[in-house]
Every structure is written in structure tokens, then in C-alpha cells.
Design a protein around this ligand. Structure first.
Ligand code: GLC
Length: 612
């Protein structure tokens, strides 16, 4: 370090030691304002200047929709905001997001200490809340690629698009290990064994870069700690009733990997472990995550997660102290943040929550804010705007789609399709439906059928690939099929859902619309290839014999051309099942190694014979 710097550092340290009157020695800025001071020292200096209410405000993450008037952020001294799954600015454009972020940030910076906000979103398969962003296959499809390097690239591309809107915190990846396909969040899992989530946690390196202060790096979140994918019956937010040995064997390894990768935050699961809510589980958060795994980042609650501890709406002083004492550092308290601050203040003043716990939470939060460079660069870095939905990112997404497709059946080599001399009949409710192929968490929390964003449908991909010498006919319900066609392609499956709305406690089969379409095609005698767009395996054993070909497409996202690439053999399928495929729904849960007879085993996936 140059001597001049050494002198200044000495003065600054002296200033810290002498307190505010020493400031004059080091210029007119408090020590935490010096970017070249060690983060630890900056945190210590800032913490020493904070009142209890400053500290309580830092621990609150409010929903953007909970900010009722300009000034609310500054008045409550909020440390963080989020946009939940359906909380987007109007218009839903990159510019509007960036302006929104910057306006909130300027308000936070106007407070006496000027501590910048950190803002979180669920960019779980691209910046999916932003209209026009690149949307990648959901995690279950990425699990089928078995390609950690691809996951890392997707993380980096996602971080660029998220940064273009100012946002600095991504509530991803979900490192859940989905053990029951009835679970509505199966598609958010990389697969049914911990090794898949562990290996694909490279997405964290893409999101966070070599360091959080690097341009376009965003803080990642390992979620949901712990055991969310192992609940009895696959009930979302349910009860994981397994031994500690099994919990550690199946659900802990991905979080260990994430901590070793330096993940900046961990989100607590709504679910319970043997009847104890994770949001009040001090052993698993304090002892295991923070103690044994040595996690030094931010533990954040889930959305209203503290409210749900006692199963009743609203939070009580007991729930507030239980969650903070369990090790939760930041509370995602979307609307009642002032009430939470007032309640927590009371719990500190009556000794139920120690000042040391409040300070520990603040050190964790402030450390990440300094590491992200938010004190130096608090506003949107608008040079990344051109990356949103860019060709480079869409090409990456297309590659991910290709590698995620799993070929499960190919009788008489019906696939790959001939793109030249071919009469192709395309049917199915999802053939020309971007919303169905992107699934939940796309522009809206639950997603929706129809043109929810921009991209290429599977039908458009087929039309763009077939030569003019071929004929491609589309009929959503299959009307018009006749034996003059060489092949029929039926794109069917699930319509979008997220979380509990996606739980399937009863039937796991195709819906009546799809069954009717498929029956028409079968009755015509035309060889039929089924492309199944779903967030999980479905109960299709009964219909399978009527199909000549079957590709599981998962939820491929905006780049449907990648599916056409596999259909026409531009890419020879390499995807492998990340989950065991049931013979019938009553086998659930069914997982590799449990001895149950599967329709298709974990790891199964065909390729085209050479010469095609
Ligand atoms: C949701 C989900 C969680 C998400 C959070 C914020 O309920 O459980 O995965 O990150 O709320 O949207």
C-alpha cells in the first residue's frame, strides 16, 4: 500500500478509535464510508453509529407493494425490499424496473446514515418477472442436462439481466431435493437425489461471480432450508417426517455445497421437520447451518414465514422472538413491517431477544451490502440493459432446452422427423402456447397460458425448421387429422402453477383436453410423437402404448426452437431423467433405490441411432 494510503488508514483508524470528534483527522467522512477499509472495520464503524431502530429496520424486507407512500422506506429505515412473484412495475419494462429501483434506493440513501437498500426477486429461471427477459428451462429440466457448466453460464446470464433492472438479490437457486412428484414445486428441484442439486449449485458461481462486488454480480439464495422437498405426501409447506440421519443424507448436502461456494443468503423453508416449523428451528439454523456448516451470510425468512409458525394469521411476540432467536437475520414481512419492528423492539427491551442477536443479524446484512459494493454503486448499472432477452442469452437458453429434452420412446425410429419431404400434423393445447411452456414463476407468480412474454413456441420452432418442401398443419384439438399425414406431433401436458396450487394429491394423469386430442390422433392411425410439457412425471402408462414416440420436455421456457432441434435431429438427445417415472400415481413417492417398479428409471434417456 502506498505511504499516502498508509497514513490515511492510520488516521481513519485513529478517527474510529477517537469516535466522531476524530473525524476531522481523516477528512469529513465517517470510517464506514471508506471503500478501501476492510469490510469488517466498515461494519464495526457503521454498527457503532446505529440506534436500535436503525438496526431493526435493517432486518426488515418489505414487499414493494407494501410501500404506501414516498418516505415510507426512510421512515421505517428499511434494509430491504422485494418484488414477489406478481409484483412488477407498470409498464413491466427494464427501464421502469431500473427507475423504480433507483427511486427506492435514493430514498434509503437520504436517511442520516445513508445505508443502501438491497432488493430481492425470484429470478428462478431467468429474470422471469420481467416481460421480454430470457426464460430458461426450470430446474428439473436443467437437472436432466447433467451439465453444471451450463448451469453456471445460465447463472451469469441471469445475473446480467437482473442487474439491468438494478436488482441485487436473487432468491435462487432452489436446492430442494424433490422426493414426491405430487409436490407443486417438483419443477423447482434439480431432481430426486442430493447429488443433482449439489452438482448444479454451480449456478451460484454464475450469479455471484468471482466476487459480489464484480459488475453484474447478484447475491444468490440457497432455498428452502431444509427438507421442503421431503414432506409427507409431497404436501407443500407440509411436514418432513424423517430421521435426522435421513435429513442429513438427502437434504443437507446441497446446502453444504452452496455454503462452500460462498452463497450470500439462505432462505428458510415454510415446512416443518418432525412437527417443528423450520422458521422456529434453532437447532437446524443456529447449530447446523451457522455452526456446523459455518454459514456467515444472511438467513432470510420466507414470505410471511414467521406468521405461519403457529398456523394462525398474523405474528405474535412469541413468533417474532422465536424466529429471530432461531437465527433468522432478515424477515420477509411483506406488509406489516412497522408492526414487526415495534414487536421486535419490545422483545429486545423485555430481554427475550438479546442485543447481541440483533447486532449479529446486522453484521451479516451490512457485510453483504458492503461486499456487493452498494455503498459505492447504489444505483442501477444501466449498461446491462441490452442483455435483456438478447440473442446471446436466447441462444444459451436454446442450448439448455436441447440438452434438457429426454427421449423416452422412439418406436420404428419415428424420430427424428424428416424436415424435407414430410406432411407433419401438429396438435395439442401447448403446441403454440408460450405460457404453458414457460410454466409458473413467469411474469406472474402462477404463470399463465397464452402469450405471457416474448419467445418462440414449439410450433413456431417446428415451422422454422421444416423445409418449404414439407407441410406443417396445426390444429389445437387435432381436428382435421387424416391418414395423408406422415406423422403427428402432439404437444400436451400441464398448465402453469406455482407452490401449493401445483400440489397433486389425487390424479397425476393428463387432462381431458389432452386425452381427447390424443384419441383423435390415435384413431387416425397416423404415427404419433408426444411432446410432454410438464413440471414433473405424469401418470401416462395407460396411454403410452398408443404413442410411437415420447419426449419429456419439462418446462423449457421461451426458446421452443430447442425442442424442434431435437425433434428434427439437429441435436441428438442426451437428456437423462432426474426423477424416477412412476407406473402409477399410487406408487408416490417413488425414488431411485426404493425397489418400486418404475415405468422409466432415474437416469433413463434414449438417443437417436447413428445415421439419422
Ligand atoms: C414464496 C416462495 C419463495 C419465494 C418467496 C418470495 O412464497 O416460497 O420461494 O422466494 O415467496 O417470492
Amino acid at each position: 500500500m502506498r505511504s499516502g494510503r498508509r497514513l490515511t488508514l492510520g488516521l481513519v483508524v485513529a478517527a474510529m478509535l477517537l469516535g466522531s470528534q476524530g473525524q476531522a483527522l481523516a477528512g469529513n467522512k465517517p470510517a464506514y464510508r471508506y471503500p478501501w477499509l476492510p469490510v469488517k472495520a466498515r461494519v464495526a464503524d457503521l454498527l457503532s453509529r446505529m440506534s436500535l431502530d436503525d438496526k431493526l429496520g435493517q432486518m426488515m424486507q418489505a414487499e414493494r407493494l407494501g410501500i404506501k407512500a414516498p418516505g415510507d422506506v426512510a421512515k421505517a429505515k428499511l434494509g430491504s425490499l422485494l418484488s414477489g412473484g406478481s409484483s412488477q412495475p407498470t409498464p413491466n419494462t427494464t427501464q421502469a424496473w431500473a427507475d423504480m429501483y433507483d427511486n427506492f434506493q435514493r430514498e434509503a440513501l437520504s436517511t442520516p446514515l445513508g445505508i443502501p437498500l438491497i432488493y430481492g426477486v425470484d429470478a428462478v429461471h431467468g429474470h422471469n418477472g420481467l416481460y421480454g427477459a430470457t426464460v430458461y428451462p426450470h430446474n428439473i429440466g436443467l437437472g436432466a442436462t447433467r451439465n453444471p457448466a451450463l448451469a453456471k453460464k445460465i447463472g451469469r446470464a441471469t445475473a446480467e439481466e437482473v442487474s439491468a433492472t438494478g436488482i441485487d438479490w436473487d432468491f435462487a437457486p432452489c436446492l430442494c431435493v424433490s422426493r414426491n412428484d405430487r409436490w407443486g414445486r417438483t419443477y423447482e428441484s434439480f431432481g430426486e437425489v442430493p447429488e443433482l442439486a449439489t452438482s448444479m449449485s454451480t449456478i451460484i458461481d454464475g450469479l455471484q461471480g468471482r466476487s459480489l462486488s464484480q459488475p453484474a454480480s447478484v447475491m444468490a439464495t440457497a432455498k428452502h432450508y431444509i427438507g421442503d422437498g421431503g414432506t409427507t405426501g409431497g404436501v407443500n409447506e407440509g411436514n418432513t417426517q424423517i430421521s435426522e440421519q435421513e435429513l442429513r443424507k438427502i437434504h443437507l448436502p446441497p446446502f453444504r455445497a452452496a455454503v462452500e461456494r460462498g452463497v450470500g443468503s439462505v432462505m428458510v423453508s415454510y415446512s416443518s421437520w418432525n412437527d417443528v416449523k423450520l422458521h422456529a428451528n434453532s437447532y437446524l439454523i443456529n447449530n447446523v447451518l451457522k455452526g456446523e456448516l459455518g454459514f456467515k451470510g444472511i438467513v432470510i425468512s420466507d414470505y410471511n414465514g414467521v406468521d405461519k409458525i403457529d398456523g394462525k394469521t398474523g405474528f405474535t411476540p412469541e413468533e417474532v422472538s422465536a424466529s429471530v432467536n432461531a437465527g433468522i437475520d432478515m424477515i420477509m414481512v411483506p406488509f406489516e413491517y412497522q408492526k414487526f419492528i415495534d414487536t421486535l423492539r419490545g422483545e429486545v427491551q423485555n430481554g427475550h431477544v438479546s442485543q447481541a442477536r440483533i447486532d449479529d443479524a446486522n453484521r451479516r446484512i451490512l457485510t453483504k451490502k458492503f461486499e456487493l459494493g452498494l455503498f459505492e454503486h447504489p444505483l442501477t448499472d444501466r449498461k446491462y440493459m441490452s442483455t435483456v432477452g438478447s440473442k446471446e442469452h436466447r441462444d444459451l437458453a436454446r442450448e439448455a432446452v436441447r440438452e434438457s429434452q429426454v427421449l423416452l420412446k422412439n418406436d420404428n425410429n419415428v424420430l427424428p422427423l424428416d424436415k424435407s419431404r414430410n406432411k407433419i400434423f401438429v396438435a395439442g393445447k401447448t403446441a403454440d402456447d408460450l405460457g404453458n411452456q414457460t410454466g409458473g414463476w413467469t411474469v406472474g407468480w402462477q404463470g399463465a397460458s397464452g402469450p405471457v412474454t416474448t419467445g418462440t413456441t414449439i410450433l413456431q420452432g417446428i415451422k422454422q425448421t421444416a423445409k418449404p418442401s414439407s407441410t406443417v398443419t396445426y390444429s389445437k384439438d387435432g381436428t382435421g387429422i387424416d391418414h395423408s399425414y406422415d406423422v403427428a406431433v402432439a404437444v400436451v401436458g400441464e398448465t402453469p402453477y406455482a407452490e401449493t396450487k401445483g400440489d397433486r394429491p389425487a390424479s397425476m394423469g393428463l387432462d381431458q383436453t389432452d386425452l381427447a386430442t390424443l384419441q383423435k390422433l390415435h384413431d387416425s392411425g397416423v404415427p404419433t410423437v408426444v411432446v410432454l410439457v410438464s413440471g414433473r412425471p405424469l401418470d401416462i402408462a395407460q396411454q403410452l402404448p398408443q404413442w410411437d414416440g415420447l419426449i419429456e420436455s419439462w418446462l423449457p421456457g421461451t426458446e421452443g426452437q430447442g425442442v424442434a432441434d431435437v425433434l428434427f435431429g439437429a441435436y441428438n438427445p442426451t437428456g437423462k431423467l432426474p426423477v424416477t417415472w412412476m407406473r402409477s400415481a399410487d406408487q408416490q413417492p417413488i425414488n431411485v433405490g426404493d425397489g418400486k417398479p418404475a415405468l422409466f428409471p432415474f437416469g433413463y434417456g434414449l438417443s437417436y441411432r447413428h445415421g439419422h
